[in-house]
Design a protein around this ligand. Structure first.
Ligand code: FEO
Length: 168
């Protein structure tokens, strides 16, 4: 059993995870349009991960007896600029997600809601990995700048990403 304020806070997080998935699908479409097919695959897998995150929260809410009422998912942008800009936008997005998850964790601790706190710690740890991965990609993109060969090498590397093995 979770409190009604925690229920609302988690429904907000559920919406943000679906919004993240939608944003990454838009980034994937944009990279496909630019013929960066490796980056397009990378963002498509990111979309699937965010969808899994949403499902993890959805499952928890159902387990807690909450009636899940889904909100609207905002339209993502359609133009993200250069490949470096796409990844910078992705990192900024993840940093804001981390900040929101930290606030939610504080909320759970304040309420002594340890079950929700445990759920949220999985997400907090996931954010560390996501931000580190994005930071690494951004560093490489900054190194090659607009060099076509360098960008193609990075795009190839991005295309080697495999789907995460852990289910939601
Ligand atoms: Fe599920 Fe990357 O936030």
């Amino acid at each position: 059993m979770i409190s009604s304020t925690m229920e609302q806070a988690l429904l907000g997080q559920l919406n943000r995870e679906f919004s993240s998935a939608y944003l990454y699908l838009a980034m994937s479409a944009y990279c496909s349009h630019l013929e960066f097919n490796g980056a397009a695959k990378w963002f498509k897998l990111q979309y699937e991960e965010e969808h899994n995150h949403a499902t993890r929260i959805y499952n928890y809410l159902v387990e807690q007896g909450v009636q899940v009422v889904l909100g609207e998912v905002p339209s993502p942008p359609s133009d993200f600029g250069k490949l470096l800009d796409v990844f910078n936008a992705s990192l900024s997005h993840e940093q804001s997600m981390t900040s929101g998850l930290n606030d939610l964790s504080d909320h759970a601790l304040k309420e002594k809601d340890h079950a929700t706190y445990n759920l949220l710690q999985w997400f907090v740890n996931e954010q560390v990995e996501e931000e580190a991965t994005l930071g690494g990609i951004i560093s490489k993109l900054k190194l090659v700048k607009d060099d076509g060969y360098g960008l193609l090498m990075i795009d190839n590397e991005l295309g080697a990403r495999q789907a995460a093995s852990s289910p939601p």
